[in-house]
Write a protein that binds this ligand. Sequence first.
Ligand code: SF4
Length: 187
Amino acid sequence: MTKGESLQQLLAACRDCRRCSLGEARNRLVFGEGNPEAKIFFLGEAPGAREDETGRPFVGRAGELLTEILREAGLRREDVYITGSCKCRPPKNRNPLQKELAACRAILAEQLRIIQPLVVVCMGLVAVHNLLMPKVRLADVQGRWFDGPGYKIYPTYHPAAVVRGTVKADVLVNDFCRVREYVEKQL
Ligand code: SF4
């Protein structure tokens, strides 16, 4: 079975997931999208309103910006894989709760097992706490390399921080360039 077929099988298995209460209120489960053979796996937070409507990750303003930043860093959105730590939208765009992240972690773990990326880029504190370490401050880990089980973990800011004006886009462009260069050296 190809990686793409395995991802389709996983999606079919979790499409009706109600493992946490977010499953009750969602319109669409936002599984993730991209290249099943991707070497770089971008991990965000949870779907917002546009993602919940469309079933696609990162399609709101922050998502458009992510696509632009990827391009500036020499990456194409269709070559990477993009998903969130939680696959269903939390009410009023609040952060996912620990129990919701824990409930959804099995799907994420399976996506990582299938895709086997070289690098997981954790975008924002929710993704960092979910995959790397709880309670750490983003400023203390942003732009540093960490060893994950079979892949590197690279924490950076969420594109929404650029939309809010708290981080300059150049910081993400620079981080994404570093990740691209690392991957190019491995191939
Ligand atoms: S957030 Fe994850 S665990 Fe919760 S219902 Fe949605 S898919 Fe299932």
